[in-house]
Design a protein around this ligand. Sequence first.
Ligand code: TYM
Length: 370
Amino acid sequence: MKQKVNPYEVEGKIDYDKLIKEFGVKKITPEVLSEIQKITGELHPYLKREIFFAYRDLKKVLDEYKKGNKFFLYTGCGPSGPIHLGHISTWRFTKWLQEKFDVELWFQFTDDEKFLYKNMSYDEIQKWTYENMLDVIALGFDPKKTHFLIDTKHAGIIYPEAIKVAKKITFSSIKAAFGFTDSNNIGSIFYTAMQTVPVFLPNILRNENRPCLIPLGIDQDVHFRLSRDVVEKLGHEKPAIIHSKFMVPLTGTEGKMSSSNPGSAILMTDSPSEVKRKINKYAFSGGRDTVEEHRKLGGNVDVDVACQWLKYFEFDDEKLKKIYEDYSSGKLLSGEVKKILIDKINDFLAVHQKKRREAVKLIDKFIYKV
Ligand code: TYM
């Protein structure tokens, strides 16, 4: 299947080097990693493992930071269904950035976007907004330094800025970027303006001039490709971006994990037995047809979803290396790697689900007070 990457469709086996060229972003090099490490002291496994692999203007933001001008982080969630492990890979890394750089995070919940794009009622979207906020809080962001913006609730502060952005983006550039036709609703045409505003809104609210760094999955880059120049024309700095690859679906290494395809995703609310069932049933295996063959020829870690997912959950480099070696040599069988993954994910989810229950009481602390 031909590769397709935009906020509304991710298809095919993604060639990330090709994307780097197509999108005009830069690859994260060892030099960039060492620049980060000089400040943070260590590197997050997602950086070492090239899960976060590309950037725009990152060096500028690091230079400013070293001069004492701290950036703020901006990222977001489109609330139209349950949160899965793919979403949180981006946010776990965001949390690490918040901690290591000691910076504020502005987190946008785009309930307007999902209402406009999905065949769902306004009330359903509000329910998912609430549920998704619980998952974000459960990841442990600092409530004093994290501000939730909900598009319909914070419209009073977002909208006056969104119209300034919208006035500078033509319908033809939106059409070209998203492949819109005459049958798209007019709200969806406007939406990119809403996603652009948090790039500079904190500076307006605080009367400051801080750089903005956006951690995101690379599908979201399109919005900012359209609006980075616009932001500058409005007198604000272009945002820096750090891009993540996609966590692959359970069923194979094409496309991305997504809530709309139940066999493809593990949800944050899945029970231990559900996690076990899904992985055993759906996780695409890089193993051989028979145990004898597997022992002789070994498995293929590159297509084995359990091996690929362990990159997100086994943070000990040595342990991960050993699993990869043993699987490649045939010493470890597919079922055994799946078992390692099931245990890792269930340990992670047990903590997450406890924090998620506690998050109910914390929501108010996170929602930005106008
Ligand atoms: P949404 O809700 O589709 O996704 C939220 C974030 O999760 C990333 N993501 C993934 N990352 C890795 N593997 C996957 N399988 C996977 N699936 C989703 C997305 O790239 C995204 O970073 N319009 C946005 C919400 C938004 C936003 C932002 C996102 C508003 N402002 C600024 C990033 C930055 C949306 O619907 O995201």
